[in-house]
Design a protein around this ligand. Structure first.
Ligand code: P6P
Length: 355
């Protein structure tokens, strides 16, 4: 719950970040990276909200007013995110759902943070104006500059910031870090309102975009997810593809039981929207493995880990059905894992069925 601000005590995201920096919770470099991410999200919010309109301008032969090919919104969103991070000068590496491999940011000259992101998750919902979102996570560059960069264990070999290059060294930077290493994570949901949700390791905070002056203003502090909640968000179209233990779990949710009230099913088909509702109302979101997708559909690095970081900061749980998502060491940038996330009691209940 948020203590009521008086009319003039509005706190913007920028002001909040500066306070955290002054308090020593984050350094100036990370403050700049987070501020550049919030700028990218504002730009994407505008693109998403005008998607059908801009499509109209581009409808003649799919060419926009500058004569460029009309680009799909998620590609444009990726460019917006990448450009904002590059111009921050504090990002060393970016790993995006839209890029096959991580990209070394040449413009970086200090900070060298690693930023992983899904610039526009759920973009297939855009045409129907259903909620979508951007998801991000920030790691420190645990770069071990190795003499021999052909080390067979190297996950990513990139020339780090020019600063390091001056030493004529090429560094191994391990983008594939477990969620336990996250310094910060968050998402921006593009829905009936645009809400930026963030944690820098000391609780979860929500900022709502005030279109009157284009700033994110603090609307919820220290969000705590309800310990339980009778809402489940699974795509039951896949029910026949799930294993029997999971089917039993889902069947039992529908049993009215002594209360006479079964669980409610809510499924937007957009992770950010389904997660945000779960964070505020409680319950569980699940994307299981199934016969057609052996590891489920969602990506560990820039979907499951950032969301699990947030839910744990809010007192909830993020699991692959057997272990904490944050404990999983990624071996591949676009690795998929099953995801069960939400109220602690609900996730633990599911884990018992899958044991
Ligand atoms: P399905 C969107 O494509 C997404 O990555 C998530 O945002 C969403 O929760 C999930 O996939 C929906 O997948 O298979 O249920 O349509």
């Amino acid at each position: 719950t948020t203590k009521k601000n008086s009319r003039y005590e509005i706190q913007t995201l920028t002001g909040w970040l500066l306070k955290q920096e002054q308090a020593g919770v984050i350094d100036a470099e990370l403050t700049i990276v987070l501020s550049s991410i919030s700028l990218a999200c504002k730009q994407i919010a505008s693109l998403v909200q005008r998607a059908s309109i801009s499509n109209l301008t581009g409808v003649q032969g799919a060419v926009n007013v500058q004569g460029e090919d009309q680009k799909k919104l998620d590609v444009v969103s990726n460019e917006v995110f990448s450009n904002c991070l590059k111009s921050s000068g504090r990002t060393g590496i970016i790993a995006s759902e839209e890029e096959d491999v991580p990209v070394a940011v040449e413009e970086s000259y200090s900070g060298n943070y690693i930023v992983v992101f899904d610039p526009l998750d759920g973009s297939s919902n855009i045409d129907a104006a259903v909620s979508t979102g951007s998801i991000f996570g920030i790691y420190s560059p645990n770069d071990e500059c190795l003499a021999d960069v052909d080390d067979e264990n190297a996950t990513v070999i990139v020339p780090l910031a020019p600063l390091l290059q001056q030493k004529q060294e090429r560094c191994v930077v391990n983008v594939c870090q477990p969620g336990n290493n996250l310094l910060a994570a968050g998402y921006c949901m593009y829905s009936s309102s645009v809400i930026f949700v963030l944690s820098i390791g000391k609780g979860v905070f929500a900022f709502t975009l005030d279109p009157m002056y284009g700033e994110f203003v603090l609307t919820q502090e220290n969000i705590q997810i309800p310990k339980s909640g009778k809402i489940y968000a699974f795509n039951e179209g896949n029910y026949q593809l799930w294993d029997d233990k999971l089917k039993k779990y889902i069947d039992d949710l529908k049993d009215p039981g002594p209360s006479g009230k079964p669980y409610s099913a809510r499924y937007i088909g957009s992770l950010v929207g389904d997660f945000h509702r779960t964070l505020l109302y409680g319950g569980i979101y699940g994307y299981p493995r199934d016969k057609k997708s052996k590891n489920g559909k969602l990506r560990l690095l820039y979907e499951c880990a950032p969301m699990s970081y947030l839910v744990e900061q809010a007192g909830g749980k993020g699991s692959d059905g057997h272990q904490r998502i944050l404990d999983i060491e990624p071996v591949e940038i676009h690795q998929r894992v099953p995801l069960y996330i939400g109220s602690t009691e609900e996730v633990e209940k599911l884990e018992k069925y899958l044991a």
